[in-house]
Design a protein around this ligand. Structure first.
Ligand code: ATP
Ligand code: MG
Length: 234
């Protein structure tokens, strides 16, 4: 059984007379522990696929199953599955609350779930992504882009997800910072036994990170390349 399976996924956005179908008939399977890439030109539907899997957009058709459980279109993801799938966005600045300090941004998801020892857990999460505890007292605008992306990764990891959906996690960062974040992700994946779906425009990032890759164009998957085909392309 695959850890994550997407079958014939379509997403249509309302507007105009017929709406706009951004994703059409997308299917792929991801094995547990795999890093599966989604690549393709801007606007081809990569983020739209991730948002459907993460439950951020429930308006889709087809089948999505995660760890053997089917998601239901039109319904929010609830219970433990909600925590099990976390997403890291391309621009961490827009996904971190600008007027909350880092301690609150990281601590709130834990407090809401009545998880104890919030401060200790927040400091441990910062440590895990290579940030000092003092960062907890700062606001997002007081951090560098690389530090903000580390905070976003720490937030995604605090709920110990099995699946991490990474939407261009390093594209806003300097090349030198990029490598550090990618290696961090690979280390965390190995120690937590996670499964990744990674969207990237960068062939180098894809070759470094992914076991297999779906190449998308105009809302559909055109090919799925395995590791051998990827190394031939690189
Ligand atoms: N909420 C929305 N309402 C209407 N159209 C949308 C919405 N979100 C995305 N789209 C459209 O759906 C298409 C796919 O968008 P998506 O963000 O998935 O592309 P992408 O492959 O992630 O592109 P990029 O590489 O630029 O991030 C685009 O044409 C986009 O304009
Ligand atoms: Mg996108």
């Amino acid at each position: 059984m695959s850890a994550l399976s997407v079958k014939d996924l379509s997403v249509t956005f309302q507007g105009g007379s017929k709406g706009f179908t951004a994703v059409r008939g997308v299917s792929f399977e991801v094995a547990a522990g795999e890093t599966f890439g989604l690549i393709g030109p801007s606007g081809c539907g990569k983020t739209t696929v991730l948002r459907a899997i993460a439950g951020l957009n429930t308006n889709w058709q087809g089948e999505i199953s995660v760890s053997g459980a089917q998601l239901v279109p039109g319904q929010k993801i609830v219970g433990s599955m909600r925590e099990d799938i976390q997403m890291v966005f391309q621009d961490p600045y827009s996904s971190l609350h600008p007027r909350h300090h880092i301690a609150r941004i990281l601590g709130e998801p834990l407090s809401i779930r009545r998880i104890p020892n919030v401060t200790e857990r927040v400091h441990a999460a910062l440590d895990q992504v290579g940030l000092q505890a003092a960062v907890a007292q700062r606001y997002p605008h007081q951090l560098s882009g690389g530090q903000r992306q580390r905070v976003a990764i720490a937030r995604a990891l605090l709920l110990k997800p099995s699946f991490l959906l990474l939407d261009e996690p390093t594209s806003a960062l300097d090349v030198s910072v990029q490598a550090g974040i990618l290696n961090l992700l690979n280390d965390l994946k190995a120690s937590h036994g996670m499964t990744f779906i990674l969207v990237s425009h960068d062939p180098g990032v894809v070759a470094h990170m992914c076991d297999r890759v779906a190449m998308m164009a105009k809302g559909s998957v055109e090919h799925i390349l395995d590791r051998t085909a990827l190394s031939l392309q690189a």
